[in-house]
Design a protein around this ligand. Structure first.
Ligand code: SAM
Length: 249
């Protein structure tokens, strides 16, 4: 059977064989940013199968990768010579890593946030990371900015509390609509997308505006998705109807 364009390895570099939960646009964007930034140090929240980590490890001198699942570090042991795995909840690990980086001399230039996907979890991870004091241009990429819960977490974070944040774009790479269930996703759900924040060692002068360049596209898709309030109501009514029918039977 003929392969689709997506089934070819166009978005992967030679040797990338770990499952990477990202769209082709996200992969190109991350690889492009890494080539441009050439990080001395990168930090990842959410290792999973090591898909994004293989890109970070290839293009950074050193990487710290955090995951709550201790089997991740076990599975990927020996795979990367420049990666330090930290196992545990980002809620406690990020503050420790931020203190270490701020107290040390290494230049952190790339942070990939892809761990806890709940609204509060995303917001908490970002706010803990905003305690970083940049020594060079520092880029944060937040995955799943198209998912309404993650998006709210990103939008609600206290970005302006860090004087080093110069710009935030929620729709740096727009996400996707899953018409049908794919892997762990539900039909008609919204996932993917990269939000991007830029921090510099210089302090910002003036107020910070959070840009959402694809807000209207996001809202249009949300209306027909399972995240739309009309659909939440409809699902609730159907559930009630089923319960009432079961009660009668
Ligand atoms: C979507 S996956 C990461 C995918 C990976 N970055 C990639 O691109 O292929 C999310 C990962 O975050 C981890 N995770 C979830 N909540 C976490 C938390 N509170 N602290 C640390 N890791 C967490 C999960 O165990 C899972 O491996």
């Amino acid at each position: 059977m003929q392969k689709t364009v997506f089934e070819y390895d166009l978005t992967l570099e030679p040797g990338f064989d770990l499952t990477w939960q990202a769209t082709p646009a996200e992969r190109f964007a991350m690889l492009g940013l890494l080539r441009r930034l050439q990080p001395k140090l990168s930090l990842e929240i959410g290792t999973y199968m090591g898909g994004s980590l293989q890109a970070l490890a290839r293009h950074s001198e050193r990487v710290i990768s955090i995951d709550i699942d201790a089997t991740v570090a076990e599975r990927l042991k020996g795979r990367f010579s420049n990666v330090e795995f930290r196992s545990g909840d980002s809620r406690t690990l990020i503050p420790q890593v931020v203190d270490e980086i701020n107290a040390g001399a290494e230049e952190l230039s790339f942070v990939f946030i892809d761990g806890d996907h709940s609204r509060d979890g995303v917001q908490r991870d970002i706010e803990n990371l905003l305690k970083l004091v940049p020594r060079t241009l520092l880029v944060f990429i937040m995955h799943d900015s198209f998912n309404p819960g993650c998006r709210l977490g990103i939008e609600s974070a206290g970005w302006d509390k860090s004087p080093y944040v110069q710009a935030v774009e929620i729709d740096f790479v727009p996400g996707i609509f899953h018409r049908y269930a794919v892997s762990t996703t539900t039909p008609r759900s919204m996932w993917g997308g990269f939000a991007c924040a830029m921090l510099t060692p210089e302090k910002r002068n003036g107020p910070l505006k959070i840009q959402k360049s694809q807000l209207h596209a996001h809202n249009a898709v949300k209306r027909v998705s399972i995240h739309g309030w009309q659909n939440k109501w409809r699902r609730g009514l159907l559930r009630l109807e089923r319960l009432m029918r079961a009660g009668k039977g």
